[in-house]
Design a protein around this ligand. Structure first.
Ligand code: PLP
Length: 450
């Protein structure tokens, strides 16, 4: 661990100006009173500004699935920057983008055989929603303009994403959003499902609410349903057994596209497979992804579409016309593509999706061992992700989990909290011993907070 060698790293000083940078999804004023700064990373660890080693229990922000500072990615990115730093992707091509798409396709469940590149999860979501609307228009069903999301869903922060998303705090500041959006009920139910391991037994029938929404609006008006197969950002909600299958069945019956937002679940998080679609054996019409696509090293996202969706666009009569009026300056950015190729090679070569599956039962047992820890009212898990829900301190929702997070950081472990739920999602390279350390750190913090 040369990078973490204390002799090598000078203690970093705080930047003089903490004020100018407006931090995302952060209580800026609170943070700047007592900043938590990370200055380096390698493998399973960050290094803090004050030179402490911090165990990464969250893969950064659910993205560093192969562990930090992988030399294979660093070197490939470096080489690519020196060879072709940027090239436009509108009416021009560069081979590495085609190579990255083909490599990604090899991981996708058929018939998802085509890939549109974006730069983030939010862009992937907005892209998928736009593809859904345009697809129906191209095939002569332009009345299908409604989009269905789900309560507690997180689909990023674009206007499309917050509209179909179902996290009230992410919506309330931003006006009316997209029209013609409805929401399925969320699937969280502590009375029925607390302390489930893997998929909870109760709740498949909640998918039937889609029938009610379809009847209300008429199927001819509905373009797509978008859900996270496992709702991540809201606090790790596993799909009830049979739930996704029912959604798939209803969508198919009514000609509605089903989109799985796999920005978090993609690239092995649930163990055994690249995508949750494969884990659950339910194939959507589109998958949105980002994060683990490049191991977090370079921003990149993608939308995978079915062959049928792609073929519908390509069957438009005018060969000289642009089939989909959509794209980003940095779609298929050569450096991002290089990072993706190197990342996907690591996943394959190191067998990281299988590794996540091998570690899953150890991780599950370590998670559920917290059942008797103070404040814990639920634990849920699959693969290398766990949600630990705490009873809220009366009148102070979120405070207990936030204090747990701060305490963990002070003691050398990075966890993530959302409301009063702790979400743990370490890199897939984590060892059994580090899994034990991670949950031990959570227990110690829980025992210390009021
Ligand atoms: C399911 C899901 N969709 C979309 C996003 C948004 O991704 P980004 O922050 O890269 O825009 C996230 C981010 O956590 C996510 O979890």
């Amino acid at each position: 661990m040369a990078l973490l060698n204390l002799l090598e790293c000078a203690v970093q000083t705080l930047p003089n100006d903490l004020d100018t940078y407006w931090m995302p999804f952060t209580a800026n004023r609170q943070f700047k009173q007592a900043p938590r700064m990370l200055v380096a990373a390698e493998g399973m660890y960050y290094r803090s500004r004050d030179n402490r080693q911090i165990l990464d229990g969250t893969s950064g922000l659910w993205c560093v699935n192969a562990g930090h500072a992988r030399p294979e990615i660093t070197e490939t990115v470096h080489r690519q920057l020196a060879t072709l730093d940027y090239a436009p992707s509108f009416q021009m091509g560069h081979p590495i983008a085609f190579e990255a798409a083909a490599k990604l396709r090899a991981l996708l469940p058929p018939p998802l055989g085509h890939v549109f590149f974006t730069n983030s999860g939010s862009e992937s979501v907005d892209t998928a929603l736009k593809i859904a609307l345009a697809y129906h228009q191209v095939r002569g069903q332009g009345s299908r303009t409604r989009l269905i999301g789900r309560e507690r869903g997180y689909h990023g922060v674009g206007f499309g994403g917050i509209s179909v998303g179902g996290i009230p705090g992410n919506r309330r500041q931003f006006g009316a959003q997209l029209p013609g959006v409805d929401h399925l009920p969320h699937t969280h139910n502590l009375a029925e499902n607390a302390f489930s391991r893997g998929q909870p037994a109760w709740g498949a029938h909640l998918a039937d609410d889609l029938e009610r929404i379809i009847a209300l609006h008429d199927p001819s008006t509905i373009a797509a349903v978008i859900v996270e197969p496992m709702a991540g950002s809201t606090g790790v909600l596993m799909p009830p057994k049979g739930y996704l299958e029912r959604l798939r069945d209803i969508c198919t019956r009514y000609g509605i596209l089903l989109i799985f937002d796999e920005v978090i679940t993609g690239f092995g998080r649930l163990g055994g497979h690249a995508f949750a679609a494969q884990k659950f054996g339910v194939t959507p019409d589109m998958i949105t992804m980002a994060k683990g696509l490049t191991n977090g090293a370079i921003p990149m996202g993608a939308v995978a579409t079915s062959d049928e969706i792609h073929a519908t666009f390509m069957a438009q009569p005018n060969q000289a016309a642009i089939e989909l009026a959509h794209g980003y300056t940095y779609s298929g950015h050569p450096v991002a593509c290089a990072a993706a190729i190197a990342t996907l090679d690591i996943y394959r070569r190191d067998g990281l999706f299988a590794r996540a599956e091998e570690l899953a039962s150890h991780f599950e047992n370590a998670a559920h061992a917290l059942r008797d820890a103070p404040h814990v009212i639920d634990i849920r898990n699959m693969g290398l992700v766990a949600g630990i829900e705490l009873a809220s301190r009366p009148g102070q929702p979120g405070a207990r989990a936030y204090e747990t997070f701060v305490r963990c950081f002070e003691n050398g472990t990075l966890i993530r909290v959302t409301g009063d739920i702790i979400a743990l999602s370490p890199p897939l390279i984590i060892s059994r011993q580090q899994i034990d350390e991670l949950f031990e750190a959570a227990r110690n913090a829980l025992e210390a907070v009021a």
